[in-house]
Every structure is written in structure tokens, then in C-alpha cells.
Design a protein around this ligand. Structure first.
Ligand code: AMP
Length: 443
């Protein structure tokens, strides 16, 4: 299939040609003709699928089709969770709209001067890309009207909801005309996202794009044996100080142990926080915001609370307590390796937890590679019926003389990495920001 066959205007085909893309991606193939045909969309797709072009190209096509009446407000509105994503989308709009000399865009995000943005809105703007908080500021101060919006796009809707933007989004949508076309993109279309989608769309076409295997980040799965809880704690601290660790989710079996472990890590200087089901929703949302903003380096979580967390900076998942249910293991390690990046998942096993490890290996069909940290190897043990590894493990076999850590399978050296001790939390300043904490005039 070619871009020509999707029905896009000549001006856009020219811009696509200049980018060098020859074939539309699956999400583009399905979304572009549907949007041109006037359909609302619910799309589950990920970064890397070509989703930005999938909504930008047909939205621009609609702008070309019918020029605005004088004095009209913006006709396309894209909402994104973070300012980085908003800037990226605005850039895509400018790239694909290169031949449209009359095209004006505005990017309204937190953390940038409000009045400069307000000034920008004094001239006609065709496409607005914004984070919800800042857009609402402009709306409330009457710097902008949304009554001419023809296409409303919600990009990464699940993340916007995670970040606590539900009310802001409702208020923004209420200010757009009911006859608008709505395109909602999200990693998932279930749960609260699904409910929001139902409220905002009319007979939407549902498009679900599987992430191609080769585009998925690789998750390296490791196993480390510990003699007791004290040993586990020392291993955890060493791992959290590993070079290359950006952000980590540490899983515990209970809410109480999540609180306790988080507190103990804080005392040791790590930028840690707990996340579990006993916390109020607002508190959980705030914790997730801080995680996304990079202000939390180590999230200590229980299974249920951590489901679906999608933060690209999570480089490591550490199972302080191995999961009781093997399928939870898959959900846990999926918190890393997001957005096509690689990740590391390390499971710490005490002497009585080896049965759980075997259950995980049986369930996933993957063998966990045994690692040790030099100087922190587990004590040698005698073989027994509850031995830590079934025959044929990657690691040295249980009772074969060197403990159950594989000699030479050393983990990364401790030191450096993400300890809070030397203020690593602030080192995350380069990560994505929502605009919640950096609202302009509204505070
Ligand atoms: P996105 O999923 O929108 O973040 O896009 C992921 C990357 O794929 C971006 O770098 C795009 O420039 C690129 N891209 C988008 N559409 C195509 C295409 N049809 N062929 C090749 N690359 C593309």
C-alpha cells in the first residue's frame, strides 16, 4: 500500500516524500482513510507505531479541504500528557504541513511563559497542540476559543488520565462543538480510558495495533539468590546504585512491606516512594506524576497498584519478593522495557522462595539467568529437595561447590547509579514533565 492510495492531498504527499517514508505503517493505513471519511477513532497503539502521522496527516488534509472563515479559532486541537510530546507533535504538524504556507500552529504547555503564548494566540491559529492544564488556563482567561474545533485528538489518553487530567479534559471537551470529530489514541482502551472514550466519541472505529516484536524493548531477566532478608536488602541497595539504572520499580508482597521498604530506602538516601492500594487515589496519582517527572527514582509497589504503569524511564524492575502468582511476574517485568527501550528485571529469591522461581520459569518458558555481585554472593548450601534450581539451570547448580550464584556471572559493580545519597533524584530533571506542577498563572 502507498500513501497515494490513502486519499491524502498532494501537498501532504509531497511532504511525506521529503521525509523519505515510502509505506504507511499499519496504524496509518487504517486511521488515515477513516479520518478522511469522517469517522471517530479509538486507537490502541504505541510510540513507534507511526501514530503521530496517523492523526496529523488526515487532520491537515481536512484543513486543506476547507479554508477557514475569517476570525475563526483553531480547527484542530491535539491534547498530550507532557510538554515534550506536545512539542514533538507540533514539530510533526509543521513537517507534514510544510507546503501549507498559511498554516499556523501554537504549542501551549506548562513550564513555558504564559503571556508569550497568549500573545501567539492573538493571530489566527489553525492547529493547537497543548497539555490539558495550560490549555485550560488559556481557555479560562479567554485567550482562546474552541468553538471552531473540527478535529479533537487525545494523544496518550491513558497517560493523561494517569496524570490526573480527567477533569481538565472534560472541561476542554465541553468547550468544543458536539459535531467535532474525535480521535483517541492510548496504549490501552480498557478501564477508565474506555469509559472516557465512550463519553467523547460517536460510533468510533476501533483500531488495535499490536507492537511488532522487533520493536519491543528487550527485557533481560536475572535471578539473584539471597541468604536472608538482610542479604536481600543489601543486594537491593547495591542494585539501586548500579550504573545505568535510571528509575526502578521494586515489588513487595504486601502493602505494609512496601511502606516499610520505601521508608528504609528513603532513610538510606534513595528518592523512594511507595505505591499501593491502601493509598488514596489523589496520593497515588501524585506519586505517579512524580515518577513520570523523574522526581521519584525508586517506586516500591504492590502488584495491583503497579499494573499498567508506563514510564519510559523505568530501566529496572526488582522483585524484592518474588510474585506468588507466576502471571504477575509478566505484568511486573513489563513495567520496564517501555517505548521500545531495553530493561532489566531482577528477581531476588530467598532460600524458601525457589519454588516460586521455578513456577515463573515454567510459566514464561524463560530461564532466569543467575547473577551475583562480587563480595555479596550467597553462602554455599547443601543440595536438598527444595534446591534453588532445577537441573540444567543457567547458573551453577545447587550444591556444586560455589553456592548457587554462578561464578563469573557478576552483576554490574555497585557504586554510581541511582542512589539518593548524592542527590540523584535531581539528576532526573531531563525527564518528561507534565504541566501539573508547573502551571502558569493558575498555579
Ligand atoms: P510515532 O509512533 O508517531 O512516535 O512515530 C515513530 C517514528 O516513526 C517517528 O520517528 C516517525 O518519524 C516515524 N514514522 C512515522 N511514519 C512512518 C512511516 N510511514 N515510515 C517510516 N517511518 C515512519
Amino acid at each position: 500500500m502507498t500513501f497515494q492510495s490513502l486519499g491524502l492531498a498532494e501537498e501532504l504527499l509531497k511532504a511525506i516524500e521529503q521525509t523519505g517514508y515510502t509505506t504507511p505503517t499499519p496504524v496509518q493505513m487504517q486511521a488515515i482513510p477513516a479520518v478522511i471519511g469522517g469517522s471517530d477513532l479509538l486507537v490502541s497503539s504505541h510510540t513507534g507505531s507511526g501514530k503521530t502521522a496517523a492523526f496529523t496527516l488526515p487532520a491537515l488534509h481536512k484543513l486543506i479541504d476547507r479554508r477557514p472563515s475569517p476570525g475563526a479559532g483553531p480547527r484542530v486541537l491535539v491534547l498530550t500528557p507532557t510538554r515534550e510530546l506536545a512539542q514533538q507533535v507540533e514539530k510533526a504538524v509543521q513537517t507534514y504541513g510544510k507546503s501549507l504556507r498559511w498554516l499556523n500552529t501554537a504549542c501551549l504547555v506548562g513550564g513555558a511563559p504564559f503571556f508569550a503564548q497568549a500573545k501567539q494566540l492573538q493571530r489566527p491559529v489553525d492547529v493547537v497542540v497543548a497539555t490539558p492544564g495550560r490549555l485550560l488556563d488559556h481557555l479560562n482567561r479567554r485567550k482562546l476559543k474552541l468553538s471552531d474545533i473540527e478535529v479533537l485528538i487525545l494523544d496518550e489518553a491513558d497517560r493523561m488520565l494517569d496524570m490526573g487530567f480527567a477533569e481538565d479534559i472534560d472541561a476542554i471537551v465541553a468547550a468544543t462543538p458536539a459535531k467535532r470529530q474525535t480521535l483517541l489514541f492510548s496504549a490501552t482502551l480498557e478501564g477508565v480510558v474506555g469509559a472516557m472514550a465512550e463519553r467523547m466519541t460517536r460510533n468510533p472505529l476501533r483500531i488495535e495495533i499490536e507492537v511488532a516484536k522487533e520493536n519491543r524493548g528487550q527485557i533481560e531477566q536475572r535471578l539473584m539468590f539471597a541468604d536472608d532478608m538482610g542479604h536481600k536488602s543489601r543486594l537491593l541497595e547495591a542494585l539501586l546504585a548500579t550504573d545505568g539504572l535510571q528509575q526502578a520499580v521494586v515489588f513487595t508482597a504486601t502493602k505494609k512491606s512496601a511502606d516499610e521498604l520505601s521508608l528504609s530506602l528513603q532513610e538510606k538516601g534513595f528518592a523512594a516512594a511507595a505505591l499501593h492500594g491502601d493509598m488514596h487515589q489523589t496520593q497515588r496519582t501524585r506519586t505517579l506524576d512524580r515518577l513520570r517527572q523523574g522526581r521519584i527514582g525508586v517506586l516500591v509497589a504492590t502488584d495491583v497498584a503497579a499494573r499498567g504503569i508506563d514510564v519510559a524511564g523505568i530501566s529496572h524492575v526488582i522483585n524484592f519478593d518474588p510474585p506468588r502468582q507466576a502471571e504477575d511476574y509478566v505484568h511486573r517485568i513489563g513495567r520496564t522495557g517501555r517505548a521500545g527501550r531495553d530493561g532489566v528485571a531482577i528477581t531476588l529469591s530467598g532460600p524458601r522462595e525457589t519454588g516460586l522461581i521455578r513456577a515463573i520459569e515454567r510459566f514464561t518458558g524463560d530461564r532466569l539467568e543467575v547473577h551475583t555481585i562480587p563480595g555479596m554472593e550467597p553462602a554455599p548450601r547443601r543440595p536438598g529437595p527444595s534446591g534453588p534450581r532445577p537441573a540444567g539451570g543457567n547458573g551453577r547448580r545447587f550444591g556444586s561447590g560455589g553456592g548457587y550464584g554462578r561464578p563469573g556471572g557478576a552483576d554490574r559493580r555497585p557504586g554510581g547509579g541511582f542512589g539518593g545519597r548524592d542527590g540523584h533524584a535531581s539528576a532526573r530533571g531531563d525527564r518528561s514533565h507534565g504541566d501539573r506542577r508547573e502551571r502558569g498563572p493558575r498555579g
